[in-house]
Ligand binder design. Structure first.
Ligand SMILES: [Zn+2]
Length: 312
């Protein structure tokens, strides 16, 4: 990290294109959420990870969303030590599969490993009723309790359920570990409520999908103090950043580099996004914030390393 932090590219907006390319190759990125246990990667995970590294993604957190995927995520960390880290959690969609003490014990034994750096994703999703809200809340409570006990950060998935998420979390206020609201898709106002609680926000390719005037884009445009509270994630294979979306402002499209577009268009599709899409996401975040991509890359990578205690 150190050599890059002192590089000249961070404070040189008028850098020549040659210099920009050089800086760009030095991006240091951390993808704090990729579902690499998804069967879409079963045939070529090695290449997916190599491409991620080539694009500047140094570390990837593999999301656990069920007992099965949390175990599998932990297994992957042992194949790619120092690059992959895992999380352990039961997604609200899967809350109905929770079987009292047994699930909790399994989750705890997975999460007790040092490579497993967070509890989640867990939370509340009222958009789709795969599990009823009451069950979702119970299962959410148990995972928050586990995060408090193990003192590992909590990764929250929330859709159309902010007030209940805040209510549930309020029961743990003085014991809560750091909280990341992953793949944030709400309004700027909702974001502020999370920030007021000291929580972190995960930004994804949803940036390209958000067509509202009051959502994630507005948040980034207004957010001077935001840089130490956001992290970036691809949520691969989901959330493909469609940089050709018609509503994406032209100054944001113009900020995309040839290099990041090569990774995006050569390897990522709507059907299967990859961690190597992260440079494109960072460049868009930076453009909305009117900052350099190097600054956003460095800040979000630093936030990731700090929040999850990843070894450099
Ligand atoms: Zn999620």
């Amino acid at each position: 990290m150190a050599e890059n932090a002192s590089g000249s590219c961070t404070e040189s907006p008028k850098a020549s294109s040659a210099a920009m390319t050089q800086c760009y190759e030095n991006y240091i990125l951390v993808d704090v959420g990729a579902n690499l246990t998804n069967k879409k990667y079963s045939r070529d995970l090695d290449s997916v990870i190599q491409r991620a590294k080539d694009s500047g993604v140094k570390k990837i957190m593999v999301t656990g969303a069920s007992i099965r995927s949390s175990k599998e995520a932990l297994r992957l960390t042992r194949i790619y030590p120092g690059t992959l880290y895992s999380t352990a959690g039961v997604h609200p969609h899967d809350a109905k599969s929770w079987e009292d003490d047994e699930t909790l014990q399994e989750l705890e034994s997975i999460a007790s490993n040092p490579e497993c750096v967070a509890i989640g994703e867990c939370g509340l999703d009222y958009n789709r009723d795969f599990s009823d809200p009451e069950t979702q809340r119970n299962v959410f409570h148990k995972q928050i309790e586990l995060a408090c006990q193990l003192n590992k950060p909590l990764i929250i998935h929330e859709r159309s359920a902010q007030s209940d998420v805040l209510e549930v979390l309020s029961h743990y206020s003085n014991r809560l570990p750091p909280v990341l609201v992953h793949c944030f898709t709400g309004t700027a106002e909702e974001a502020q409520l999370y920030l007021d609680q000291g929580f972190y926000l995960g930004i994804t390719g949803y940036l390209c999908k958000d067509k509202s005037d009051s959502g994630v884009r507005q948040l980034l445009e207004g957010g001077q103090a935001l840089l130490d509270r956001i992290l970036v994630e691809t949520d691969a294979p989901f959330m493909y950043p469609n940089t050709r979306a018609s509503k994406l402002p032209s100054h944001v499209k113009d900020a995309l580099t040839e290099r990041s577009m090569t990774f995006l268009h050569r390897y990522c599709t709507f059907q299967r996004n990859e961690p190597c899409a992260l440079p494109a996401i960072v460049e868009m975040v930076a453009a909305f914030m009117r900052k350099s991509p190097e600054e956003v890359a460095l800040a979000t990578a630093f936030n990731g390393l700090k929040l999850f205690g990843l070894n450099q």
